[in-house]
Write a protein that binds this ligand. Structure first.
Ligand code: ADP
Length: 740
């Protein structure tokens, strides 16, 4: 095994707790033990490190069993005054070397990571001091010349520069979205105005993303105060205008650190008072508070923290870095970043806000943040901007195609509003290609799509019908009849295949010679040119919610659950839900299933149950193997499990396609639709009519020319030739072991 030989690693969670911390701790402990490294947990963060004794506990494989789905952190977190003083850090250093620990994984926010870095910088001088006062032997100082630190960012605020997402932010967004969906329904019934305060400290991320994904009217954040003297008047004018335009309810999101242009805090209760005083609007205030921190982590927080925890230990083993590192996510890839640089940049944003240099603050938050703000500004308008007479009006067609994917509606809504705001006409197709063939097409209106943000399903209608033969002639006629200049198809493989057909039939039907964008929307996440498709995250969350319940049902018996999830020939849902639920095995079509393998797995379970294991879980992708079906695998397990364990199969079915879209699906649907519309407007009527797919790789977005469709897709099994997540099986199998 390459890399350094490490004796022991310490792990802790510190500062504010964040859902997903447990997944990270579990991953750190298991990865270390697997590599033969001792792991110690410091209970209550730095406080445990300072106090030592029972607060530092050597961890075993089983200590981190059954915690993946739990909110909070099982090893506790605290704020430690002592650690802020050198004296406290001196005690901490002694506790570390006493246990031969000179490698740490610190999971916390920028405060905790700052503390970690100070500790690392002082390390040798602390040991010198301990040796000087006779508390440790002098040779210990040279035995531990440096303290190696890797940080994982645990913070619901998503406020750290250098990583696209922090552990806990996705779960916080989900809790907020659940609350806002509930509030919106009562607000709509009573035609009421609600003011909702969300967390985030100096960062407006939670507020902005939840405003964007709930169809809010107004958002107040620290980074961009209203640019007017009298913010309250601007806000009230907006609410009045929206009501006039036909909005029944109004929703205003206030970040806890929201500012006016002079840098004064704007508090949510002030917003309520201003609404009352200025426009006699009797607004209701909800301060969401700690519900945002609580509850079971989302699928994303579970699998991301798992992968990051694994990578943190790998980083310590590889050990090439002189300075402290953070393991974070950039464009959906795990990245090691310099901790000091990242903290410096994070703190400089806070300084910019304090100094009222708001443009600088926004710039440092990154391109996606700025883009989301601009998109929100347009989407929350009462009416579109008046058309610019100098640019020709385009007729843009928007449709869904393929099976249902939660998030399709918000994508359509975004396309309609952004397109109309630029002065264009947007036509919607009912029932996917069936409607395009039968001319079921109508112009969509700004207010018609008002309530579509949180709705699951497809308001336009969707199905798996694919155009064939004379269908193309009819479609071409209908495109001509409506004088369509550009087209956005939001859907699954059916959409992509049809777009590819349109390219090839252009010489026959000139109506197809228009720019077309395919926006990936399918729970299966089996589309080329993108890491994520709209709907997959919601499906994953539905799966893990169901599996959590299934697991809870096995209280008294030794049992293996065989859970079948959707995905057709693509194993994405199986792999990611397996990682997020702590499955011992996943069965995917991509990797095939061999009988020998099944027998080995049963033997693995037999051994584990005999050693005290209580429950097992395997996740199978629906088309993993046509012979070794879910009933077959369950029967095989049951027979070979004998009286050691029993087996239950569960085929999850259509719950996976239902439900309100998750915040992540709403966010990517919005981002992809906004960029698609911009692309179509830019390209239409310019001669070179590209047909592209739009794709997302974390924060980074790009387009792929669909002329290359056959090069990108395995046509036999309807999935991309390259799938980024396949390599994760190694991690899943490592954690699926019953012991190191
Ligand atoms: P978060 O990590 O969530 O930002 P805090 O800022 O409260 O939370 O930091 C958590 C803990 O990290 C503190 O209680 C303290 O023990 C330690 N810490 C924070 N900043 C420093 C610092 N400058 N020096 C030493 N320790 C620090």
């Amino acid at each position: 095994m390459p890399g350094r030989t490490i004796k022991s690693i310490g792990v802790m969670t510190s500062g504010g707790d964040a859902p997903g911390m447990n997944a990270a701790v579990r991953a750190v402990v298991k990865t270390a033990l697997y590599h033969g490294i001792d792991v110690f947990a410091f209970y209550q963060g730095y406080q445990g490190m300072v106090e030592g004794g029972d607060m530092i506990k050597k961890m075993s494989w089983d200590d981190v069993g059954g915690i993946l789905h739990k909110g909070g952190t099982i090893i506790g977190t605290a704020r430690s005054k002592e650690f802020r003083e050198r004296n406290g850090r001196l005690r901490a250093a002694k506790n570390l070397v006493d246990r031969q620990i000179d490698n740490l994984v610190v999971i916390g926010g920028d405060g905790s990571l700052t503390g970690a870095n100070i500790f690392r910088e002082e390390w040798t001088s602390l040991l010198e001091e301990l040796a000087g006062s006779g508390q440790i032997d002098r040779e210990i100082v040279s035995k531990y010349p440096k303290l190696n630190i890797v940080g994982l960012v645990g913070s619901i605020d998503n406020d750290l520069s250098g990583t696209d997402m922090t552990i806990g932010a996705d779960t916080a967004l989900r809790r907020i979205a659940e609350a806002l969906d509930a509030i919106s329904s009562t607000a709509a019934s009573h035609q009421r105005t609600f003011v909702v305060e969300v967390m985030g400290r100096n960062c407006g991320y939670l507020a902005l993303m939840s405003a964007l994904s709930s169809g809010a009217d107004y958002v107040l954040i620290p980074e961009r105060p209203p640019q007017v003297e009298d913010w309250a008047q601007e806000l009230c004018d907006k609410i009045v205008a929206n009501k006039k335009a036909g909005k029944g309810k109004s929703l205003i999101i206030v970040a806890e650190g929201a500012k006016d242009k002079y840098g004064n805090l704007i508090r949510s209760f002030q917003v309520v008072e201003e609404l009352k005083n200025r426009i006699e609007e009797d607004a209701r205030l909800t301060i969401l508070g700690h519900v945002q921190r609580g509850g079971s982590p989302t699928a994303f927080d579970r699998y991301t923290s798992t992968v990051l925890g694994y990578a943190a230990v790998k980083q310590l083993i590889d050990g090439a870095n002189e300075e402290s590192q953070i393991i974070g996510l950039q464009n959906n890839r795990v990245k090691s970043i310099n901790m000091v640089d990242s903290i410096k940049e994070t703190q400089s944003i806070v300084k910019h806000i304090e100094n009222k240099e708001f443009d600088k603050a926004i710039k440092l938050r990154g391109g996606s943040f700025k883009e989301s703000l601009e998109t929100f500004d347009t989407l929350s308008r009462a009416r579109p901007n008046p058309p610019d007479e100098s640019t020709p009006t385009l007729n843009i067609l928007v449709m869904n195609a393929g099976t249902l994917a939660p998030g399709m509606n918000i994508a359509v809504r975004t396309a309609v509003r952004l397109g109309m705001d630029k002065g264009h006409r947007i036509f919607g197709v009912r029932n996917a290609f069936k409607g395009l063939i039968s001319n079921d097409i109508q112009e969509l209106d700004w207010m018609y799509v008002e309530d579509w943000t949180s709705m699951g399903g497809s308001e336009l209608g969707t199905n798996r019908k694919q155009p064939v033969n004379s269908d193309f002639y009819k479609i071409a006629r209908n495109l001509e009849a409506h004088n369509i200049h550009a087209m956005l198809i939001i859907g699954g493989m059916v959409a992509y295949e049809a777009a590819y057909d349109f390219i090839r039939k252009r010489s026959e039907y000139p109506a197809f010679d228009i720019p077309i964008v395919c926006l990936p929307a399918t729970i299966n996440n089996n589309l080329p040119g993108t890491d994520f498709s709209v709907g997959a995250d919601t499906a994953l969350n539905s799966i893990i919610d169901a599996v959590d319940k299934i697991k809870e049902s096995a209280v008294a018996s030794k049992r293996v659950f065989v859970v079948e999830v959707m995905g057709r020939y693509c194993g994405y849902l199986a792999m990611m839900s397996g990682l997020a639920t702590g499955a011992e095995r996943v069965y995917l079509h991509e990797n095939g299933i061999k009988l020998q393998e099944l027998q080995n797995d049963v033997n693995m379970f037999r051994k584990a149950f005999l050693e005290g294991k209580r429950m097992g879980l395997v996740v199978k992708s629906e088309y993993a193997n046509s012979i070794y079906t879910t009933p077959f695998i369950s029967a095989l397990y049951e027979e070979d499990g004998g009286d050691i364990f029993d087996v239950r199969q569960s085929i999850l079915g259509h719950v996976q396609q239902g439900g309100n879209p998750s915040p992540y699906d709403r966010a990517i649907a919005t981002k992809l639709a906004a960029n698609s519309i911009e692309f179509l407007i830019k390209k239409a009527g310019k001669g070179k009519n590209e047909v592209v797919s739009i794709g997302l790789h974390g924060g980074h977005m790009d387009y792929r020319n669909l002329e290359d469709f056959e090069k990108m897709v395995d046509l036999k099994y309807d999935r991309p030739k390259e799938q980024w997540w396949l390599g994760l099986e190694e991690i899943l199998n490592l954690f699926g072991r019953s012991s190191a």
